[in-house]
Design a protein around this ligand. Structure first.
Ligand SMILES: *[C@@H]1O[C@H](CO)[C@@H](O)[C@H](O)[C@H]1NC(C)=O
Ligand SMILES: *[C@@H]1O[C@H](CO)[C@@H](O)[C@H](O)[C@H]1NC(C)=O
Ligand SMILES: *[C@@H]1O[C@H](CO)[C@@H](O)[C@H](O)[C@H]1NC(C)=O
Ligand SMILES: *[C@@H]1O[C@H](CO)[C@@H](O)[C@H](O)[C@H]1NC(C)=O
Length: 445
């Protein structure tokens, strides 16, 4: 749940966070534009495998064997509470291995320093544990290519976790196509060396610069070229843009992020391009986001229409809707339990039901089952009365905006163009296409 805290957390970040909490899309004329995919003379792209895993493995209270394979079992309903997507990297001259969470909802790459005092396992406090052993720690002193910056990272996420530390640069080694294309070094990548964090894992934020959480020693905000920009600076890709497909299971392909290109084997139909709305009071994109215009059900019943600000956040396992939308969907498909304030239904009854999300007249279909959990997964302790039931698992944003996390994003192919402030969406391909992958460089403009 690495969406940035929408309320106040660190005074320093207040200007950005406040503006966004009252976010009103500035440009409501969200025209659909045709995408022009120009075949670039030189194809430059970097595809990294993302693996899905449970963020808090080994914990007793989700009744989950958090191993990768378990998470990947062919699950047709629910069971993805806390599943997130991770990328493996190596950092520094001595190639220290780390695993970072892929996050479009933040904009800084940071690693646990070997001194992070929250490393370890504390059974009385399941949350707030940095799983340093699993995700790896980074000892900057042992890397000859590390340089310290005169700046600090202070970040606070929507799940209350925080990270504080110094910024530096070091070489980051990537393994495109899971090592199939060898290794690739991106030099002098800015990264946070975090000595104080209770996040369970380090993060690779790939959002817009305006969302960066770095300040200089006078506490003035500093913007810098993050990993996608460094790839472009070093001429490994044409522009700082990337596309992401996160999948439910690995029967089709692996989840992945492709920097610098769109992989046309990963989606069906058209890829539509949308300008990223600016939060009120801002003159640039801040969140990877889109204007949501309409929600409909299978029978075309309209649940909502208008213009709402919707954040597209891979770092958030679940999705968050405005309260009235939750109630509208809940009362249509589920029974209500007032004791727990939950909507529940026999899982079987939910199969084949979809929710359609429309952006500027283009609609994307998401199975309702993406938004439910089995009662076993949902409750911390057993609740026999809900045995065999599925719980509608979308929480309230507390205002008019939407947070579309992995439960939404698994149904789309998403392109993010950091340079031109645009996002592209297409329906994810559910069948493996026996095509030669034709990758085109991203030129959305
Ligand atoms: C695996 O994922 C694909 C795409 O989401 C889905 O169509 C298929 O039903 C899934 N397989 C199972 C057994 O759930
Ligand atoms: C993480 O640390 C912050 C700051 O100390 C605290 O407010 C928050 O509750 C902690 N979160 C968890 C999940 O432990
Ligand atoms: C760190 O220093 C390098 C080299 O001067 C600079 O390119 C980079 O932008 C700086 N990063 C931050 C976060 O200040
Ligand atoms: C998919 O992931 C698995 C496990 O990480 C790996 O062995 C395999 O090579 C990957 N496939 C591709 C096409 O990258």
């Amino acid at each position: 749940m690495k969406f940035l805290s929408l309320s106040t957390s660190l005074g320093l970040l207040l200007p950005i966070l406040q503006a966004t909490a009252n976010a009103q899309p500035a440009n409501l004329q969200n025209e659909k534009r045709g995408t022009e995919l120009h075949e670039a003379p030189r194809r430059k792209y970097i595809t990294l495998n993302a693996h899905k895993q449970n963020r808090n493995p080994g914990e007793y209270y989700y009744k989950r064997d958090g191993s990768d394979d378990q998470a990947y079992q062919d699950i047709t309903v629910g069971n993805w509470r806390d599943d997130l997507y991770f990328v493996d990297l190596e950092v520094g001259s001595n190639k220290q291995k780390v695993t970072v969470q892929l996050d479009t909802g933040s904009a800084d790459l940071w690693l646990f320093s070997d001194e992070n005092k929250y490393c370890g396992y504390n059974p009385n406090n399941v949350q707030g544990i940095a799983n340093c052993e699993k995700y790896g720690v980074y000892d900057f002193q042992s890397s000859d290519t590390f340089h310290l910056n005169q700046s600090l990272l202070f970040i606070s996420y929507g799940d209350t976790t925080t990270a504080k530390g110094v910024m530096g640069t070091d070489d980051v080694i990537l393994f495109p196509n899971n090592g199939g294309d060898g290794e690739l070094t991106i030099q002098d990548v800015s990264l946070g060396v975090i000595s104080l964090s209770n996040s369970s894992n380090p993060v690779m934020g790939v959002g817009f610069k305006a969302l960066q959480s770095v300040v200089d020693y006078n506490l003035q905000q500093v913007e810098y070229d993050s990993l996608p920009y460094q790839m472009a600076n070093q001429d490994l890709i044409n522009i700082p843009a990337y596309s992401i497909s996160i999948l439910t299971n690995k029967t089709i392909a692996n989840s992945s992020i492709t920097f610098g290109a769109i992989d046309n084997t990963r989606f069906t139909g058209d890829l539509s391009v949308f300008p990223v709305p600016y939060p009120q009071g801002k003159n640039e994109p801040v969140y990877v986001s889109i204007v949501l215009n309409r929600i409909t059900l299978d029978d075309d019943t309209e649940l909502a229409s208008g213009s709402a600000y919707a954040i597209l956040d891979t770092g958030c396992s679940e999705s968050y809707f405005p309260e009235d939308i939750i109630r509208a969907i809940g009362s249509t498909y589920f029974q209500y339990d007032s004791t727990y304030d939950i909507y529940y239904s026999k899982c079987q009854r939910l199969y084949g039901t979809n929710i359609n999300f429309e952006f500027s007249g283009v609609s994307y279909t998401v199975p309702l089952t993406q938004f439910v959990e089995t009662a076993d997964d949902y409750f911390v302790v057993d609740h026999d009365q809900f045995s065999g039931q599925c719980i509608f698992n979308v929480e309230s944003t507390g205002d008019d905006m939407f947070m579309l996390g992995d439960s939404f994003l698994r149904s789309v192919y998403m392109v993010v163009d950091l340079e031109n402030g645009e996002v592209g969406l297409a329906s994810i391909s559910l069948v493996f296409k026996l095509l030669v992958m034709t990758v085109v460089s991203i030129t959305l403009n």
